[in-house]
Design a protein around this ligand. Structure first.
Ligand code: GTP
Length: 239
C-alpha cells in the first residue's frame, strides 16, 4: 500500500557526500531529483533535515560548550541545510516551502502547522528547518513530532546503511539485518537506530518508521510505494 503523506528524515551528513564537512550541491541535486520523481505520483512529502554536516550540538557540548547553546548552533545549521535543499528541489521542478521552528522571517516562513498541511495538500514539499526549536531534542525527535502534527502515515529515516542490524555491519561482517522490529524491541535494546524520545513518540502515535539506505537508487520511491525496503519498525500488531 502506498503512503499518502510521508515524513522523510534526512541526516545532515547525507548532504555532504564524500566531503568531510558542509554541503555538496551535486548530492543535494541528486537527492532532490529522487524526491521529484516520487512526489510526481501524488504522495505528499514533508522533510526534516539534520545539521550534523555543519555542527552537531552533542559534539559541541562534549567539547565543553554549554549544551543548550550548542544545540541552538546545531538548529541554525539545519536551517542552512533546509534552504539548500529547497534550492535543489526547486531546480528539480518541485514546488517547496521551508518553515523554520525558530522565527527568521527574512529567510523562511515560520512553522505554522495548519499552513504546512495546506502546502502539502497543494502538492508542495515542506522542509522543516530549525529542529523543533528547543535544545535537548534531536532532529529525529523533530521528525517524529512533525509527523504526528501533520498526520503523516510514516516516517522514513534515510541513512547510509540499508536498515537496522544487530551489530555494526562495518565492524562485523556477519551482522544480521532486521526486516521488522517493534518499537518495544528498539526501546529495550541498544540498537541505536534513533533516540528513545523519537521512538516513543512514534510508538504512542502509531506511526511506523522505515529505515533504509538513501543512496540506493530508487529506494525512496520503493519505500513510498510501501514495498519492502530496509527495516520497518512498528507496533506489534502491524508487524
Ligand atoms: P498559498 O497561501 O497557498 O498561496 O501559499 P504560498 O506559500 O504560495 O503563499 P504566500 O503568499 O504565503 O507565500 C509566497 C512565498 O513567500 C512563498 O515562497 C513562501 O514560502 C514565502 N513566504 C511566506 N511567508 C513568508 C515569511 O514569513 N518569510 C519568508 N521569508 N518567506 C515567506
Amino acid at each position: 500500500m502506498a503512503y499518502e503523506r510521508a515524513l522523510l528524515k534526512l541526516s545532515g551528513e547525507a548532504l555532504m557526500g564524500d566531503k568531510p564537512y558542509g554541503i555538496d550541491p551535486a548530492i543535494v541535486q541528486s537527492i532532490s531529483e529522487d524526491v521529484a520523481r516520487v512526489v510526481s505520483n501524488g504522495t505528499q512529502l514533508a522533510i526534516v533535515v539534520g545539521g550534523g554536516n555543519i555542527f552537531r550540538g552533542l559534539k559541541g557540548s562534549a567539547a565543553g560548550m554549554d549544551r543548550a547553546t550548542a544545540d541552538y548552533v546545531g538548529m541554525l545549521a539545519t536551517v542552512m541545510n533546509a534552504i539548500s535543499l529547497q534550492d535543489g528541489l526547486e531546480r528539480a521542478g518541485v514546488p517547496t516551502r521551508v518553515q523554520t521552528a525558530i522565527e527568521m522571517k527574512e529567510v523562511a516562513e515560520p512553522y505554522i502547522r495548519r499552513k504546512a498541511i495546506r502546502h502539502l495538500e497543494k502538492g508542495r514539499v515542506v522542509v522543516f528547518g530549525g529542529g523543533c526549536g528547543n535544545p535537548f531534542f534531536t532532529t529525529d525527535t523533530t521528525a517524529a513530532l512533525r509527523a504526528a502534527e501533520i498526520n503523516a502515515n510514516v516516517v522514513f529515516k534515510a541513512t547510509k546503511v540499508d536498515g537496522v542490524y544487530d551489530q555494526d555491519p562495518k565492524e562485523f561482517p556477519n551482522a544480521i539485518r532486521y526486516e521488522d522490529l517493534t518499537f518495544q524491541e528498539v526501546l529495550s535494546s541498544e540498537l541505536g537506530v534513533m533516540d528513545s524520545t523519537s521512538i516513543a513518540l512514534c510508538k504512542d502515535n502509531n506511526i511506523p518508521i522505515v529505515v533504509f539506505n538513501l543512496f540506493e537508487p530508487g529506494n525512496i520511491a520503493k519505500a513510498i510505494a510501501g514495498e519492502k525496503v530496509g527495516t520497518r519498525i512498528g507496533n506489534a500488531n502491524c508487524k
